[in-house]
Ligand binder design. Structure first.
Ligand SMILES: NC(=O)c1ccc[n+]([C@@H]2O[C@H](COP(=O)([O-])OP(=O)(O)OC[C@H]3O[C@@H](n4cnc5c(N)ncnc54)[C@H](O)[C@@H]3O)[C@@H](O)[C@H]2O)c1
Length: 330
């Protein structure tokens, strides 16, 4: 069978994980890349022996490929994905699918109308800890979920906002919630597995007051239709990128993910599952970019349903969008 031809738009930080995954997959062939900064596009072109572009529309029109990876700033995800899907390309989009839920819905409709795959890069669902937790929830070994608590406490100083998109409402769409916490919010909704009824959130600036437009701290109470409530806190004002903390309270015990996964049953018996740490990726990004990308290609080739398809990846956008609306309306 012919190899899947891969193109990547956005040759910045995270794109390296995408280039490597596509390059190492023997069912694929990297064919093109694009970045508005010519040196960045050229560097990837040299490294992988592929054609480079500085204009996305030109790459779409002139390059023959099957799958587009989108690794650009948030505000470009929806228009780039829609343009590519309307040309029959499958799209693997970095998180968030879009800044606004309505745009994520439009992306899903576009994927369906063109009969192509749309993926959201929530690679942490593929972490062993997440898969273990999902199995635990499904097995109902500890009963049903009653409540969830999540904390993301990371470190971003002024340097992080020195490019033209971080810290801007127009291009990033928000701060710690839409960029960092969205992964954990996605895990929470995926594990709870029920429709989101309401989000009551608040946002604030603590470290870079007045220097950027976006929030560096936020909290929320999220209610699901099965009665589960999730309490969430996220900040970029800690002096370290701490491990994400996630507690799932069941009817008959609890599961706590923090460095390791600790499961405690109603009798107080504890099972500790040591989690493998990454050596070659930023720890806080998780280690599963290659795994989710390989799975995406496999689903396209074998016509299987993909775990984090557009509809599934849109739920977190709906929570994020709702949280901002709630916070702004107070
Ligand atoms: N899944 C994860 O864990 C994870 C981790 C980091 C970043 N991300 C996401 O990846 C995306 C990119 O983040 P990053 O850290 O790599 O940012 P970055 O700023 O390092 O890279 C973005 C690149 O897009 C290029 N670009 C901007 N406008 C363009 C255009 N019109 N056409 C072509 N290229 C254009 C920029 O020149 C830049 O090289 C964001 O959506 C971010 O949220 C995801």
């Amino acid at each position: 069978m012919n190899k899947l031809r891969i193109a990547i738009v956005g040759c910045g930080n995270v794109s390296k994980m995408h280039f490597e995954a596509a390059f190492e997959n023997d069912k694929c062939e990297l064919v093109a890349c694009c970045d508005i900064v010519p040196e960045k596009a050229e560097a990837m072109s040299q490294l992988y022996g592929i054609k480079s572009f500085t204009d996305f529309d030109k790459m779409l029109a002139e390059s023959d490929f099957d799958v587009l990876h989108i690794c650009t700033p948030h505000y470009l995800h929806a228009p780039m994905a829609i343009a590519a899907m309307n040309r029959g390309k499958h799209v693997f989009c970095e998180k968030p699918l879009a800044i606004h839920y309505e745009d994520a819905v439009r992306m899903c409709e576009c994927a369906e109308n063109n009969n192509v795959y749309l993926a959201a890069c929530f690679q942490n669902r593929y972490n062993l800890s997440s898969q273990y937790l999902r199995d635990l929830v499904k097995s109902e070994k500890l009963g049903k979920i009653v409540a969830v608590k999540g904390n993301v406490t990371w470190d971003r100083d002024e340097d992080y906002y020195s490019d033209d998109w971080h810290g801007t409402l127009e291009k990033e769409g928000g701060g710690v919630i839409i960029n960092q916490c969205i992964h954990t919010l996605d895990l929470i909704q995926w594990l709870v597995g029920s429709e989101v009824l309401s989000v009551d959130g608040s946002i604030s600036q603590k470290r870079l007051k007045g220097k950027v437009e976006t929030e560096d701290t936020a909290d929320a109470l999220i209610k699901f239709s099965n009665g589960v409530e999730a309490l969430f806190y996220g900040t970029l004002c800690y002096k370290s990128n701490s491990s994400v903390f996630l507690e799932i309270l069941f009817e008959n015990g609890k599961a706590v993910m923090y460095d390791d996964l600790v499961i405690t049953d109603e009798k107080g018996n504890r099972e500790v599952i040591a989690l493998k740490r990454s050596t070659d990726a930023k720890n806080y990004w998780g280690t599963s970019h290659k795994i989710i990308i390989d799975d995406f290609y496999d689903c396209i080739i074998n016509k299987k349903e993909f775990l984090v398809n557009g509809n599934s990846g849109s739920v977190a956008v709906r929570i994020v969008d709702g949280l901002y609306k709630s916070a702004r309306k107070k």
